[in-house]
Design a protein around this ligand. Structure first.
Ligand SMILES: Nc1ncnc2c1ncn2[C@@H]1O[C@H](COP(=O)(O)OP(=O)(O)OP(=O)(O)O)[C@@H](O)[C@H]1O
Ligand code: SF4
Ligand SMILES: [Mg+2]
Length: 349
């Protein structure tokens, strides 16, 4: 949850007809035990974002920043603690209906554990279709269709997971998500466990399926190169909060938030000539703080080289700095109390 003094975040408005999914101030807290006491872990805090139909929204951030929790809240596997979710202009409230669950699917990182080892590929794909009460003929037809759509031979319907490679198993998971005819798929580190060459094949498959079925993706990954490759828009998360959101090209070309700059400065680019390793990384590095007791004001302040007094006192409001480019940092607040001329401000000019 946000502190009472935190200004509400805003997002750059996209044409409403384009927006399939919208999150308005969504938070997710977990009750945990910490040092022998009950405590609250703020996994996702006051997230505002929009996903346009037929596009891919990438979500990046270090381990533990709340990417998977956010994905689970989106598809209804976790109930949000606060905030609103709108899907196709309809508010999602409480337990999801069967139709709402059907329209949003999730594909997870580990292709093996997501499949029942004792069920054949055909049975695994058919299971959610039977839950939807499709007739046996419709189930058979859908299973055959999606197995073909993900590029597997028809005979694989009778195979067991142990007979498949990692890439093939992930194709089966994608087929299973696809079979119920969703409009949106959350892909949580869906290619991270695969070898680079297999990764490329699965990414190309996802792109083809998106075109073919008009799918909308939320693509969660710690791999910035992969996110740049697949995303139309990108959200950067830090300790449960969105610190920057922008079209992918703008974000990678000109990252504004000091945390985004840190992330991009630390990743080798696919093209070594464009490696961003030579860019200065923030110097005040420390361990990532705990989401049980996050820093006051700006959660990134303990690692930010530009942190000023105000950063400990006030949560920075989200400021629109360009077309659909939103950043939450006091450096970009009009009349910024943070000294001008810092590297982050120069990067923005
Ligand atoms: N069910 C849960 N109960 C308590 N804490 C949880 C639960 N699920 C996640 N968390 C905590 O919420 C925070 C965010 O976790 P999450 O898995 O969403 O991060 P992530 O960005 O997906 O990390 P990774 O890149 O490692 O997958 C972490 O501190 C995690 O320990
Ligand atoms: S608000 Fe302050 S501490 Fe946070 S990223 Fe901006 S300059 Fe750094
Ligand atoms: Mg995760």
């Amino acid at each position: 949850m946000s502190t009472a003094s935190a200004p509400a975040q805003t997002v750059a408005d996209l044409p409403p007809t384009d927006v399939l999914l919208e999150l308005l101030g969504v938070s997710k807290e977990f009750p945990v035990r910490h040092e022998g006491r009950r405590a609250t872990l703020s996994a996702v805090d006051d997230v505002h974002l929009q996903v346009r139909e037929g596009t891919t929204l990438g979500i990046v951030g270090e381990s533990g920043c709340g990417k998977s929790t956010l994905g689970r809240v989106i598809v209804g596997l976790h109930q949000e603690t606060d905030g609103e979710l709108l899907f196709a202009d309809k508010q999602l409230k409480g337990r999801r209906t069967r139709s709402e669950l059907q329209q949003m699917q999730m594909v997870f990182q580990d292709p093996a554990s997501a499949l029942n080892p004792r069920a054949t590929v055909g049975e695994s794909i058919a299971f959610p279709l039977r839950v939807l009460r499709l007739s046996p003929d419709e189930v058979d037809e859908r299973v055959a269709d999606v197995i073909a759509a993900v590029g597997l031979p028809a005979a694989y319907a009778g195979h067991y997971p142990h007979q498949l490679s990692g890439g093939q198993r992930q194709r089966v998971n994608i087929a299973r998500a696809l079979a119920v005819h969703p409009r949106l798929i959350v892909l949580d580190e869906a290619v991270s466990a695969l070898d680079k060459s297999i990764q490329a094949q699965v990414l190309n498959l996802l792109t083809d399926l998106q075109e073919q079925y008009g799918l909308t993706y939320v693509f969660i990954s710690h791999d910035l190169n992969v996110v740049e490759y697949v995303s139309d828009d990108v959200v950067v998360m830090y300790l449960g909060q969105v610190v920057e959101r922008a079209p992918a090209a703008a974000l990678y070309e000109q990252p504004l938030h000091p945390y985004t700059q840190l992330l991009l400065g630390s990743v080798p680019h696919l093209d070594p000539r464009l490696s961003r390793r030579d860019e200065p990384a923030p110097t005040h590095e420390a361990d990532i703080p705990s989401p049980i007791d996050p820093p006051s004001g700006c959660r990134f302040r303990t690692r930010c080289p530009h942190a000023a007094e105000v950063c400990a006192q006030e949560r920075p409001a989200a400021v629109t700095t360009g077309p659909d480019h939103v950043v939450a940092c006091h450096l970009y607040t009009p009349g910024s109390p943070v000294p001008l001329g810092t590297p982050a401000v120069r990067a923005a000019s």
